[in-house]
Design a protein around this ligand. Structure first.
Ligand SMILES: NC(=O)c1ccc[n+]([C@@H]2O[C@H](COP(=O)([O-])OP(=O)(O)OC[C@H]3O[C@@H](n4cnc5c(N)ncnc54)[C@H](OP(=O)(O)O)[C@@H]3O)[C@@H](O)[C@H]2O)c1
Length: 260
């Protein structure tokens, strides 16, 4: 499916999983375009990539902005002459009771995590078709299939990503574009400190993984055509228990997530 030099677009490359994936891919020789809203972080990443084998393009862009994402995809295609991979990674969390939360926070979660993924995919697919095919990696969460109280809208936004990825995989198969949905478990990034509503730290009750581990798995996912990937056995157990023991898991999740 791919030429020797893969061209990749990663949304949310200014921190955490997106940044680690961009660094890994550029060091492996991929040509990578990253987006994010923080210009200083994009500059820092560009400086770190300067002497690595792949090229890095940076775009200060908000995934909620449909036209901006179209411009990013078009410019990436123009600069790299192809677009093989999209990692739809940009996302934001929120904590708090559904009915008490600020609507603006909930709206930001929905607009970023659902609309942002849609804008990214819809902008990139024409460029992938022009390149003869491609691979879309959607970054979801174990909270998609197993929603957490206190993070209901975030969980719902990731369930929407799961649903979109599944339908899209079938829609895009004739165009030689594969879709892999990765259900990420708890990862040590800026995510918890930046989340809307009740800010916080990474929940200490669950073991965390590093952004670099997730990045390695994203790169590995490009070698195959898996539909869904859950990275660790503890996360697979979490999803399994959520499906088969929902009452017990709801109680467990309430203890972890509902700290009033
Ligand atoms: N960390 C975890 O435990 C965990 C678990 C499950 C799933 N995930 C998912 O993994 C993905 C990456 O999260 P992370 O852990 O790496 O968190 P992070 O360190 O906070 O990174 C989030 C990235 O998304 C970008 N972003 C947020 N809103 C954006 C917007 N409107 N437009 C463009 N970019 C935006 C941020 O860039 P700017 O702020 O510069 O725009 C940043 O680069 C998210 O989709 C998240 O839901 C994370």
């Amino acid at each position: 499916m791919f030429s020797e030099k893969k061209a990749v677009l990663i949304t949310g490359g200014t921190s955490g999983i997106g940044r680690a994936t961009a660094l890994l891919m550029v060091s492996l020789g991929y040509d990578v375009a990253v987006t994010g809203r923080r210009a200083d972080r994009l500059e820092e990443l560009a400086a770190e990539c300067e002497n690595l084998p792949g090229k890095l393009l940076t775009f200060e862009a908000d995934v909620q902005d449909r036209d901006a994402m179209r411009r990013v995809a078009a410019e990436t295609l123009a600069q790299f002459n192809r677009l093989d991979v999209l990692v739809a990674n940009a996302g934001v969390g929120q904590r708090g009771m559904l009915v008490d939360a600020d609507w603006e926070d909930l709206e930001t979660v929905l607009r970023t995590n659902i609309d942002g993924v849609l804008h990214s995919i819809r902008a990139c697919v024409p460029a992938m078709k022009a390149s003869g095919g491609g691979h879309i990696i959607t970054i979801s969460s174990v909270l998609g299939p197993v929603p957490a109280p206190g993070a209901a809208v975030y969980s719902a936004s990731k369930a929407a990503v799961d649903s979109l990825a599944r339908a899209l995989r079938v829609e895009l198969a004739p165009d030689n574009i594969h879709v892999t949905n990765i259900l990420v478990g708890q990862t040590h990034t800026e995510f918890a400190s930046k989340r809307l509503g009740r800010a916080g730290k990474v929940a200490s009750k669950f073991p965390t993984m590093t952004a670099e581990k997730v990045a390695g798995q994203i790169v590995r996912a490009l070698e195959g055509k898996k539909r869904t990937i859950i990275l660790r056995w503890i996360d697979r157990l979490f999803v399994l228990a959520g499906n088969f023991m929902p009452r017990i898991m709801d109680r467990v999740l309430a203890r972890i997530y509902l700290q009033r």
